[in-house]
Design a protein around this ligand. Structure first.
Ligand code: GLN
Length: 304
């Protein structure tokens, strides 16, 4: 498969959409990023990489970090984790409060904000230094010790994170947040601020594309079955209330973030990361979605 040529063709084909959508601005620091950027990187499971455009520019991966925190929590809690967070698609926005109220503080899945805040609470309860542990895990997945939090983005989100604070309070009220609210939110916002390039992100998702290889990174160990189940949740819940559309158009497990990144895996073939800050109404990258739709159409490779 000539992935390099395919990436170049895809880029030419999606250029007409380059001005569609708007970058997220509810986190002020994200509004400062030049919205007219695009990068993509494919990494096959034997380690070959194919990049195009700005694949080495770092960006805020935001909710994509929810895959890493879930992996870490599943590694240490095992199935007990599912007592505190579900694994059903939510069909609502990533920051919705309504469902959480109706379902008495048990978030639908770990990839909406409420679920990820519960996962952050689990990690904060288990580790003295959850920030350090989380970063070590992500660095190990990327094979890059230069990966770091972006304190400016985290500060910016903390200063305006009213909705996430409301979610955390609702969780606390229903007894599903055990730690101190401020403490857990501090970790959650810092977790979301992790910055990396498409090249790093494709590398970080490599182990999810290859569940047959041992998953041992930092001090996180997962079984093949746990890795496959994380992929299953990406497939059903990775794009908030656009998960069905992503499954229909792209057909790969994946996860998006409001920074404009999307990471996806084609099991036993490759992981792919794409980035472009302009988002559609559901909070997913316009060019990112288009690029991946064309990729799986051209290659005729998807999970279906
Ligand atoms: N940090 C963001 C938030 O909590 C992440 C949301 C996202 O990427 N969808 O609102």
């Amino acid at each position: 498969m000539d992935y390099q040529r395919i990436l170049e063709e895809i880029y030419r084909e999606i250029l007409p959409f380059a001005r569609e959508g708007r970058a997220a601005d509810y986190i002020p620091a994200l509004a400062e990023v030049d919205p007219d950027q695009f990068g993509i990187c494919i990494r096959t499971i034997d380690g070959a990489t194919y990049c195009h455009e700005r694949a080495d520019v770092r960006f805020s991966i935001q909710s994509i970090t929810k895959v890493f925190s879930l992996a870490m929590a599943l590694g240490c809690e095992g199935d007990a984790l599912w007592r505190r967070v579900g694994r059903e698609p939510s069909g609502t926005a990533f920051n919705s409060l309504v469902q959480l109220e109706a379902e008495r503080g048990v978030p639908r899945n770990p990839f909406i904000n409420a679920g990820a805040i519960v996962v952050a609470d689990v990690l904060a309860e288990r580790f003295d230094d959850p920030e350090g542990r989380f970063l070590a895990f992500v660095r190990s997945l990327c094979g890059n010790d230069a990966i770091d939090y972006d304190d400016e983005v985290a500060r910016s989100e903390r200063a305006t994170g009213y909705l996430n604070a409301a979610i955390a309070n609702l969780l606390k009220y229903h007894g599903n947040l055990r730690g101190d609210i401020e403490r857990v939110l501090r970790f959650y916002f810092l977790q979301c601020s992790v910055a990396m390039s498409c090249r790093d992100l494709a590398c970080a998702f490599g182990p999810f594309a290859d569940h047959r290889a041992p998953f041992v990174f930092g001090d996180v160990t997962l079984t093949a079955s746990q890795v496959k189940r994380i992929n299953a949740i990406m497939q059903t819940c990775g794009f908030y209330d656009e998960a069905g559309e992503f499954s229909f158009l792209v057909g790969l497990p994946g996860k998006s973030g409001v920074g404009g990144g999307i990471a996806a895996v084609c099991p036993q073939k490759y992981s792919v990361a794409v980035w472009s800050p302009r988002l559609n109404g559901k909070g997913n990258s316009v060019m990112g979605m288009k690029a991946l739709e064309l990729l799986t159409t051209r290659t005729e490779e998807s999970i279906f």
